[in-house]
Design a protein around this ligand. Sequence first.
Ligand SMILES: Nc1ncnc2c1ncn2[C@@H]1O[C@H](COP(=O)(O)OP(=O)(O)O)[C@@H](O)[C@H]1O
Ligand SMILES: [Mg+2]
Length: 254
Amino acid sequence: MGRIITFISGKGGVGKTTLVSNTALVLNELGKDTIAVDGNVTTPNLSMHLGIPLYPITLHDVLRGEAKVKEATYIHPTGLKIIPGSIGIKDLESMNLDLLDESLFYLAENSDYVLVDGAAGLGREAIKSMEIADDIVIATNPDLPSVTEALKVKNLAESFDTNVLGVVLNRITKRKTELTEDEIKSLLELPILGKIPEDPLISQSIHKKIPIVNHKSGSPASIAIKKFGANLAGEEPLIKSPGLFNRIANWLSR
Ligand SMILES: Nc1ncnc2c1ncn2[C@@H]1O[C@H](COP(=O)(O)OP(=O)(O)O)[C@@H](O)[C@H]1O
Ligand SMILES: [Mg+2]
């Protein structure tokens, strides 16, 4: 039986989808049978990050009771499995979120990891994907608004008796205006599982629809996500030291 890990945040736009798409690829590269699920049902965009935005059958068909989750499973060229959401607004009608439970349990029975890209905030879909999870990872930026909202999500998650693994800090710039690691740790009382730097190559990789760990595998954000993903699986990260040519190429593409 695999683990269902939901990625959640208080504030939107902190980097959940970036984190889920890349971490799923990292786990897949480590040989783990991994499925990335777009659990952000009202504003799904996981499949855009992974480069295949239009699918004939999506999680929305499953949540309407019109398809089996197996039929909404697609294989990324890397071998990673993806359950996409539909980007059509009409597909939101007559959706039954309670059908998510059996779909995710089925997926977990047939894989090592099910990573769920959750919704931001404290709404019904965020709550649903937290309730079903074995573990929760909270994503935040190192600023006061994101961390304050992260605290609310943490308190909510703990009220369900769900295991909150910890927090991933994304878009670290080390500017003076940023909250420090110690400040965030004492505000959230959670371990810090990952520290992802601000990296301009991330927006470039989203534009190219190739997650950064594949697009620029030696970039600072890629290395940080590889460490986080490997740690999640209790493995050593697969990090090649970049040769001089790659270092110059990375530098030039900034
Ligand atoms: N480490 C990072 N460095 C630079 N930009 C980032 C980083 N992480 C995310 N971003 C940017 O932030 C935006 C929001 O990220 P996304 O993963 O879509 O957030 P969420 O899923 O939480 O709404 C993306 O468009 C991306 O360009
Ligand atoms: Mg998102």
